[in-house]
Design a protein around this ligand. Structure first.
Ligand code: PLP
Length: 396
C-alpha cells in the first residue's frame, strides 16, 4: 500500500474512547465527553418528522434554507447585537465545526499562523494542523484564565493571519469581558488579523458574567467570523447544525466551500430547527438556570473530593486541578493527569478527560481533569454522591 497522506500521521482516536470503555467496565458515569444527554425540544423533533413526511428531502441552498437563515439572522441581530443581512452575511452550516473549517479555508493560505489560546478546544487545533495551517499557542494564566496581551503581541508574526476566540471557553468556561474583547480588537486592527469566534455556549453564562460577541463592538464585524451552534442550545449535537455571520465576501466563499465539502446542511433537519425559534424566552432562561444549578451542585461535590478550581463562568465544564490530592493527601495514582483519570474511574466510576489534551505542552495540563456536568439530574446526583464518598475517605 502506498503511504497515507502525511497530514494523517498525527491523527489518532482521542483517549475519550478508552475512558468510555473503562467507565462502562466500572458501571460508572462518563463525565468526560462534552455531549449532553438531555432531550431535543419536541417542536424541533416534530418539525423534522413533518419535513421528512412531506418529502422535504432534496439538497437545499448550500448556506441553508431562506427561512432558517432569516430566523438565524434575527437571532444574531437581537441576541448577539450583530446587525446583519440574512441573505448575504449569514449561513447555516454543518455544525459549528463545518463553519470553522469553511472559515479557515476561506481566509488562510498554507503555512499561515493562527493564534490559539490554551487550554484550547482540541478540534480547533487539530483541524488547523490537518488543513495545513499553523497554530501558535498563547497560554492563559492558570485558574483565573486571564489573557496575557503582552504574550499575545509577542506571538504575532508577519505570518499570523487570525486569532481563535472560544467564548465561553471549553475546557475552562472562560467568558471574555468587554475590556478583554476591546483590547483584542485593537490588536486585530493593529496587525490586520481575522478573528474566528466560537460562541457555541453563548446561552450558558453564569453569575454576573454576560455574553458579548466580539463582532458587536464597533469596527469588529469587518474582521470577525462569528461561529455559533444549535448543538448545545437545543441538545442536538448529532443533528450537525450550526451557523456563521460575517462580512459578505467571506460568507459567500464559505458557502461555496461548504457546497464542495458537504453540499448543504441536512434539509429536513433545517426545517425542524426552524421550529426552535418559536421557543418561548423561558426556554433559554430555564436552560441557563438549570445548568447554573447543576454547576453549583457539581462544583460543591468536586471541592469536597479535594479538587481546586475557579467555578466556570460559562459553558458546562469544570477544568479542575487535583494537585492537592497528590501533594497534600499523598494519594497514589494522582501523579499525572492520565493516571489520575484512570484512578478516579477505579475509585468512583467517574470518567473525565486528562488535562494534557488541552495544551500544546502536556506538562501544563499535568494536574488537570475536565468534567462535563451536562447530565440528567438523577445521573448528576449519582455522580455527586460518588465524589462526596471519595472526599469523605480522604479526610478519614
Ligand atoms: C468549544 C466547542 N466548539 C465547537 C464544538 C462542536 O460544535 P458543533 O456540534 O456545532 O460542531 C464543541 C463541542 O463540544 C465545543 O466544545
Amino acid at each position: 500500500m502506498k503511504p497515507l497522506a502525511s497530514r494523517t500521521l498525527n491523527l489518532k482516536q482521542s483517549g475519550i474512547r478508552a475512558v468510555t470503555q473503562m467507565v462502562n467496565e466500572h458501571n460508572g458515569i462518563n463525565m468526560g465527553q462534552g455531549i449532553c444527554d438531555l432531550p431535543t425540544p419536541d417542536p424541533v423533533k416534530e418539525g423534522a418528522i413533518d419535513a421528512i413526511n412531506q418529502n422535504k428531502s432534496i439538497y437545499s441552498y448550500h448556506s441553508g434554507i431562506a427561512n432558517l437563515r432569516e430566523l438565524t439572522a434575527e437571532k444574531f441581530r437581537t441576541f448577539n447585537n450583530i446587525p446583519c443581512d440574512a441573505e448575504r452575511e449569514v449561513m447555516i452550516t454543518s455544525g459549528s465545526t463545518g463553519a470553522f473549517v469553511a472559515a479557515c479555508l476561506a481566509t488562510l493560505e498554507p503555512g499561515d499562523e493562527v493564534i490559539q489560546f490554551e487550554p484550547f478546544y482540541g478540534y480547533h487545533v487539530n483541524l488547523l494542523e490537518v488543513l495545513g495551517f499553523k497554530p501558535v499557542f498563547v497560554p492563559m494564566s492558570d485558574r483565573s484564565w486571564n489573557i496575557d496581551f503582552d504574550a499575545l503581541e509577542k506571538a504575532i508574526t508577519p505570518k499570523t493571519k487570525a486569532i481563535v476566540v472560544t467564548n465561553p471557553g471549553n475546557p475552562n468556561g472562560k467568558v471574555w469581558t468587554r475590556s478583554e474583547l476591546e483590547k483584542l480588537l485593537k490588536m486585530l486592527q493593529k496587525h490586520d488579523l481575522w478573528a474566528y469566534t466560537d460562541e457555541v455556549y453563548e446561552y450558558m453564562i453564569y453569575d454576573e458574567n454576560r455574553h458579548l460577541s466580539l463582532a458587536s463592538l464597533p469596527g469588529a464585524f469587518e474582521r470577525t467570523i462569528t461561529i455559533s451552534s444549535f448543538s448545545k442550545t437545543f441538545n442536538m449535537t448529532g443533528w450537525r447544525m450550526g451557523s456563521a455571520v460575517g462580512p459578505e465576501p467571506v460568507i459567500e466563499k464559505m458557502g461555496l466551500l461548504s457546497d464542495l465539502i458537504y453540499i448543504c446542511p441536512p434539509t429536513p433537519l433545517q426545517h425542524g430547527l426552524s421550529e426552535a425559534f418559536g421557543m418561548p424566552s423561558s426556554y433559554f432562561e430555564d436552560l441557563s438556570e438549570d445548568y447554573d444549578s447543576k454547576r453549583t451542585q457539581f462544583c460543591d461535590a468536586l471541592r469536597e473530593a479535594g479538587f481546586d478550581f475557579e467555578e466556570p463562568q460559562g459553558a458546562y465544564y469544570v477544568f479542575a486541578s487535583f494537585e492537592r490530592l497528590h501533594k497534600e493527601f499523598g494519594l497514589n495514582g494522582f501523579e499525572n493527569d492520565e493516571a489520575a483519570c484512570k484512578k478516579l474511574i477505579e475509585q468512583t466510576g467517574i470518567g473525565s478527560v486528562p488535562g494534557s489534551s488541552f495544551y500544546s505542552d502536556p506538562e501544563r495540563g499535568r494536574y488537570y481533569l475536565r468534567f462535563c456536568y451536562a447530565k440528567e439530574q438523577p445521573v448528576l446526583d449519582d455522580a455527586c454522591r460518588r465524589l462526596r464518598d471519595f472526599g469523605a475517605k480522604l479526610n478519614s
